[in-house]
Design a protein around this ligand. Sequence first.
Ligand SMILES: C[S@@+](CC[C@H](N)C(=O)[O-])C[C@H]1O[C@@H](n2cnc3c(N)ncnc32)[C@H](O)[C@@H]1O
Length: 210
Amino acid sequence: MPLTPQQLALISASTIGHYESRAEAFRDGTRDHDVSQNIAALLRHIDAPAPLQILDLGCGPGRDLRTFRALGHHPVGLDGSASFVEMARTESQCEAWQQDFLALQLPAERFDGVFANAVLFHIPSEALPRVLSQLHATLKPGGVLFSSNPRGDNQEGWNAERYGAYYDLTHWRELMQAAHFSELEHYYRPAGLPREQQPWLASVWRKANA
Ligand SMILES: C[S@@+](CC[C@H](N)C(=O)[O-])C[C@H]1O[C@@H](n2cnc3c(N)ncnc32)[C@H](O)[C@@H]1O
Protein backbone atom coordinates (compact mmCIF):
# COMPACT_ATOMS: atom_id res chain seq x y z
CA MET A 1 0.00 0.00 0.00
CA PRO A 2 1.48 3.38 -0.93
CA LEU A 3 1.87 5.83 1.92
CA THR A 4 -0.76 8.56 2.02
CA PRO A 5 0.27 12.24 1.85
CA GLN A 6 -0.63 12.42 5.55
CA GLN A 7 1.69 9.52 6.38
CA LEU A 8 4.54 11.09 4.39
CA ALA A 9 3.99 14.40 6.19
CA LEU A 10 4.07 12.59 9.55
CA ILE A 11 7.34 10.85 8.62
CA SER A 12 9.00 14.19 7.89
CA ALA A 13 7.51 16.04 10.86
CA SER A 14 8.30 13.32 13.39
CA THR A 15 11.83 12.63 12.13
CA ILE A 16 12.73 16.32 11.94
CA GLY A 17 11.05 16.84 15.32
CA HIS A 18 13.29 14.19 16.87
CA TYR A 19 16.41 16.13 15.85
CA GLU A 20 14.86 19.50 16.65
CA SER A 21 14.08 18.44 20.22
CA ARG A 22 17.69 17.48 20.93
CA ALA A 23 19.53 19.84 18.60
CA GLU A 24 22.15 21.04 21.10
CA ALA A 25 22.90 17.54 22.40
CA PHE A 26 23.24 16.28 18.81
CA ARG A 27 25.59 19.13 17.94
CA ASP A 28 27.75 18.51 21.00
CA GLY A 29 27.75 14.74 20.51
CA THR A 30 28.69 14.80 16.82
CA ARG A 31 30.98 17.83 16.63
CA ASP A 32 34.11 15.67 16.74
CA HIS A 33 32.91 12.85 14.48
CA ASP A 34 35.62 12.19 11.94
CA VAL A 35 34.05 12.06 8.48
CA SER A 36 37.19 13.15 6.64
CA GLN A 37 37.17 9.84 4.73
CA ASN A 38 33.74 10.72 3.33
CA ILE A 39 34.61 14.32 2.49
CA ALA A 40 37.74 13.14 0.67
CA ALA A 41 35.73 10.51 -1.23
CA LEU A 42 33.39 13.19 -2.59
CA LEU A 43 36.09 15.71 -3.45
CA ARG A 44 38.47 13.34 -5.22
CA HIS A 45 35.88 12.51 -7.89
CA ILE A 46 34.87 16.07 -8.76
CA ASP A 47 36.64 17.17 -11.92
CA ALA A 48 35.64 20.86 -11.77
CA PRO A 49 38.11 23.52 -10.66
CA ALA A 50 37.95 24.85 -7.08
CA PRO A 51 36.21 26.55 -5.42
CA LEU A 52 33.50 23.92 -5.66
CA GLN A 53 29.77 24.50 -5.17
CA ILE A 54 28.65 21.83 -2.70
CA LEU A 55 25.19 21.07 -1.30
CA ASP A 56 25.42 19.55 2.20
CA LEU A 57 22.05 17.80 2.22
CA GLY A 58 20.86 17.28 5.79
CA CYS A 59 23.71 19.41 7.06
CA GLY A 60 22.66 19.17 10.72
CA PRO A 61 24.45 21.74 12.91
CA GLY A 62 27.08 22.51 10.27
CA ARG A 63 30.19 20.51 11.14
CA ASP A 64 30.87 19.53 7.53
CA LEU A 65 29.96 22.94 6.12
CA ARG A 66 32.79 24.31 8.23
CA THR A 67 35.19 21.74 6.82
CA PHE A 68 34.24 22.37 3.19
CA ARG A 69 34.56 26.11 3.75
CA ALA A 70 37.94 25.73 5.44
CA LEU A 71 39.07 23.82 2.34
CA GLY A 72 38.21 26.88 0.25
CA HIS A 73 34.95 25.64 -1.27
CA HIS A 74 31.47 27.21 -1.38
CA PRO A 75 29.13 24.89 0.52
CA VAL A 76 25.41 25.47 1.07
CA GLY A 77 23.56 23.60 3.82
CA LEU A 78 20.03 22.25 3.75
CA ASP A 79 18.10 20.77 6.67
CA GLY A 80 14.54 20.47 7.92
CA SER A 81 15.36 21.41 11.50
CA ALA A 82 15.10 25.16 12.14
CA SER A 83 17.58 24.91 15.03
CA PHE A 84 20.14 23.06 12.89
CA VAL A 85 19.79 25.60 10.07
CA GLU A 86 20.39 28.41 12.54
CA MET A 87 23.38 26.63 14.12
CA ALA A 88 24.79 25.81 10.69
CA ARG A 89 24.61 29.44 9.61
CA THR A 90 26.20 30.65 12.84
CA GLU A 91 28.89 27.98 13.11
CA SER A 92 29.97 27.92 9.48
CA GLN A 93 29.06 31.38 8.16
CA CYS A 94 27.57 29.53 5.19
CA GLU A 95 24.21 29.87 3.53
CA ALA A 96 21.76 27.24 4.84
CA TRP A 97 18.24 26.52 3.58
CA GLN A 98 15.42 25.13 5.69
CA GLN A 99 13.66 22.57 3.52
CA ASP A 100 11.94 19.19 3.88
CA PHE A 101 13.54 16.39 1.85
CA LEU A 102 10.03 15.44 0.73
CA ALA A 103 9.34 18.94 -0.67
CA LEU A 104 12.70 20.01 -2.05
CA GLN A 105 13.04 23.13 -4.16
CA LEU A 106 16.50 23.13 -5.67
CA PRO A 107 18.09 25.24 -8.40
CA ALA A 108 18.91 23.45 -11.65
CA GLU A 109 22.55 22.49 -12.34
CA ARG A 110 23.88 24.60 -9.45
CA PHE A 111 26.22 22.19 -7.63
CA ASP A 112 29.45 20.34 -8.42
CA GLY A 113 28.80 17.95 -5.55
CA VAL A 114 26.07 16.79 -3.15
CA PHE A 115 27.21 15.51 0.25
CA ALA A 116 24.50 13.39 1.89
CA ASN A 117 26.10 12.10 5.09
CA ALA A 118 23.70 9.99 7.17
CA VAL A 119 20.55 11.48 5.68
CA LEU A 120 19.07 9.65 2.67
CA PHE A 121 18.01 6.71 4.86
CA HIS A 122 15.41 8.99 6.46
CA ILE A 123 13.50 9.16 3.16
CA PRO A 124 10.81 6.49 2.74
CA SER A 125 11.61 4.21 -0.20
CA GLU A 126 8.62 5.25 -2.26
CA ALA A 127 9.73 8.91 -2.10
CA LEU A 128 13.40 8.19 -2.78
CA PRO A 129 13.25 8.04 -6.63
CA ARG A 130 11.78 11.55 -6.74
CA VAL A 131 14.38 12.92 -4.30
CA LEU A 132 17.22 11.27 -6.23
CA SER A 133 15.95 12.77 -9.46
CA GLN A 134 15.87 16.22 -7.79
CA LEU A 135 19.47 15.74 -6.61
CA HIS A 136 20.41 14.64 -10.14
CA ALA A 137 18.82 17.83 -11.53
CA THR A 138 20.60 20.15 -9.08
CA LEU A 139 24.01 18.74 -10.02
CA LYS A 140 25.95 20.21 -12.90
CA PRO A 141 26.69 17.81 -15.78
CA GLY A 142 29.22 15.29 -14.49
CA GLY A 143 28.58 16.31 -10.87
CA VAL A 144 29.11 13.88 -7.99
CA LEU A 145 26.86 12.65 -5.17
CA PHE A 146 28.21 11.14 -1.94
CA SER A 147 25.92 9.10 0.29
CA SER A 148 26.48 7.27 3.55
CA ASN A 149 23.66 5.30 5.16
CA PRO A 150 23.26 2.65 7.83
CA ARG A 151 22.89 -0.57 5.86
CA GLY A 152 20.38 -3.38 6.25
CA ASP A 153 18.27 -5.97 4.45
CA ASN A 154 16.03 -3.51 2.60
CA GLN A 155 13.65 -3.09 5.49
CA GLU A 156 12.12 0.23 6.50
CA GLY A 157 9.92 1.65 9.20
CA TRP A 158 9.83 3.55 12.46
CA ASN A 159 12.64 3.59 14.99
CA ALA A 160 10.88 5.43 17.82
CA GLU A 161 10.17 8.92 16.36
CA ARG A 162 12.46 8.55 13.36
CA TYR A 163 11.68 6.83 10.09
CA GLY A 164 14.47 4.90 8.38
CA ALA A 165 15.08 2.71 5.30
CA TYR A 166 18.08 0.35 5.37
CA TYR A 167 19.40 -1.03 2.09
CA ASP A 168 22.03 -3.55 1.11
CA LEU A 169 24.53 -2.67 -1.62
CA THR A 170 22.66 -4.58 -4.34
CA HIS A 171 19.40 -2.70 -3.82
CA TRP A 172 21.13 0.64 -3.24
CA ARG A 173 22.85 0.22 -6.59
CA GLU A 174 19.51 -0.51 -8.28
CA LEU A 175 18.00 2.65 -6.81
CA MET A 176 20.94 4.87 -7.76
CA GLN A 177 21.27 3.44 -11.26
CA ALA A 178 17.52 3.87 -11.86
CA ALA A 179 18.04 7.56 -10.98
CA HIS A 180 20.79 7.80 -13.63
CA PHE A 181 23.84 7.79 -11.40
CA SER A 182 26.91 5.70 -12.22
CA GLU A 183 28.99 4.22 -9.43
CA LEU A 184 32.45 5.57 -8.72
CA GLU A 185 33.25 3.70 -5.51
CA HIS A 186 31.78 2.29 -2.34
CA TYR A 187 33.16 1.27 1.03
CA TYR A 188 31.99 0.30 4.49
CA ARG A 189 32.63 2.21 7.70
CA PRO A 190 34.26 2.48 10.16
CA ALA A 191 37.41 1.56 8.21
CA GLY A 192 39.58 -1.34 9.32
CA LEU A 193 36.95 -3.39 11.15
CA PRO A 194 35.36 -6.74 10.23
CA ARG A 195 32.28 -6.28 8.02
CA GLU A 196 29.83 -7.16 10.80
CA GLN A 197 31.21 -4.19 12.76
CA GLN A 198 30.80 -1.82 9.80
CA PRO A 199 27.17 -0.63 9.88
CA TRP A 200 27.66 2.21 7.36
CA LEU A 201 27.63 1.86 3.57
CA ALA A 202 29.26 4.83 1.84
CA SER A 203 29.04 5.26 -1.92
CA VAL A 204 29.99 7.85 -4.52
CA TRP A 205 28.15 8.41 -7.81
CA ARG A 206 28.51 10.50 -10.93
CA LYS A 207 25.53 12.13 -12.59
CA ALA A 208 24.92 10.35 -15.88
CA ASN A 209 22.69 11.54 -18.69
CA ALA A 210 19.02 10.97 -17.91
C1 LIG B 1 21.70 11.65 11.27
S1 LIG B 1 21.50 13.38 11.00
C2 LIG B 1 22.94 13.73 10.00
C3 LIG B 1 23.39 15.17 10.09
C4 LIG B 1 24.72 15.49 9.42
N1 LIG B 1 24.69 15.24 7.99
C5 LIG B 1 25.85 14.71 10.05
O1 LIG B 1 26.49 13.92 9.36
O2 LIG B 1 26.09 14.90 11.25
C6 LIG B 1 20.12 13.45 9.85
C7 LIG B 1 19.76 14.87 9.41
O3 LIG B 1 18.69 14.81 8.47
C8 LIG B 1 17.74 15.81 8.79
N2 LIG B 1 16.42 15.34 8.31
C9 LIG B 1 15.81 14.17 8.60
N3 LIG B 1 14.65 14.07 7.92
C10 LIG B 1 14.54 15.21 7.20
C11 LIG B 1 13.56 15.70 6.28
N4 LIG B 1 12.45 15.01 5.97
N5 LIG B 1 13.79 16.89 5.69
C12 LIG B 1 14.88 17.63 5.99
N6 LIG B 1 15.84 17.22 6.86
C13 LIG B 1 15.66 16.02 7.45
C14 LIG B 1 17.82 15.96 10.29
O4 LIG B 1 17.31 17.20 10.74
C15 LIG B 1 19.30 15.76 10.54
O5 LIG B 1 20.01 16.97 10.47
